[in-house]
Design a protein around this ligand. Sequence first.
Ligand code: MRU
Length: 328
Amino acid sequence: MDSVRTIDWVDGAVEIIDQTALPDEVRVLRLSTVDGLVDAIRRLAVRGAPALGVAGALGVALAVREYPDPAPAIEAVRTARPTAVNLARGVDRAAARISAGPDAVLAEALRVRDEEIASSAAQGRAGADLVTMLCGGAPRLLTHCNTGALAAVVGGTALAVVAELHRRGALAGVVASETRPLLQGARLTAWELRQLGVPFRVAVDSVGPFLMARGDIDAVIVGADRICANGDVVNKVGTYAHALGARRAGIPFLVVAPESTVDTGTPDGAAVQIEDRGRDEVLRFRGTRTAPDGVDAVNPAFDVTPYDLVTAIVTDRRVIRLDQGDRV
Ligand code: MRU
């Protein structure tokens, strides 16, 4: 995967790997309008916090080329999804260069891309060192959602750690929880782990805490969409249950994210807007209704793991040992 970029700027347009088509097909989407990019973000054709940051920045580059007054288009990109702080951050960084002209906007957007690439490698190394220190040379890890190259540009966050451990010969295997309702774990993480040659199995989300309780898992490792000032971690729904399971089993719960996901301007998880993706994703599976007609559903796309369940947060620059009193 490292050679293929999940998102990039190619000949005047944004190109992404269409994550709605995986694992069946590796399809590249070329997005030359802001409307197309916003639609791709909303459909999760491009997704994952670091990738959304790059999408946001490149969206501003598209907007200043497409519109004499780009402000409404930029706002549409900025608000396409509310929870991952990276999206608004990427937009704001590129938009801050508008007065210097379209080339300056694009240059800033490409810097956001390049920083995420470098950041992934740093997270991989630092996270692998920490896992080995905490769990020894052959840990069995559980991960949730997709935090690999598909969630970034290359490499990823928590899955960059998994890949680095595997490269070092310091990993026994991984359980990837499927990540209802859109199956980022079963579709995307499984696809990436197979490419990496990592031994893994897919499990339903709800079995995570039981696997931990019976001693099958040595640590949980996840990414984040926003890390709040108090250390609360906002990530894909289901993360909180894994954190509770890890605490009960007495194993480390580790969060890996770029500094671009750390949001000290948000005091805690209660202050974060959690995206609600509506009923259809829960009540239907690949277009087929699975619940009785006319029933309603609740579908928050993310949850909040309180800081006191988090052992450590690894970024590209720091290891924050919340369990030892470190502060974000
Ligand atoms: O709804 P998604 O697929 O965009 O949610 C993604 C996640 O929750 C990831 O765990 C998070 O963005 C970290 S990705 C490196």
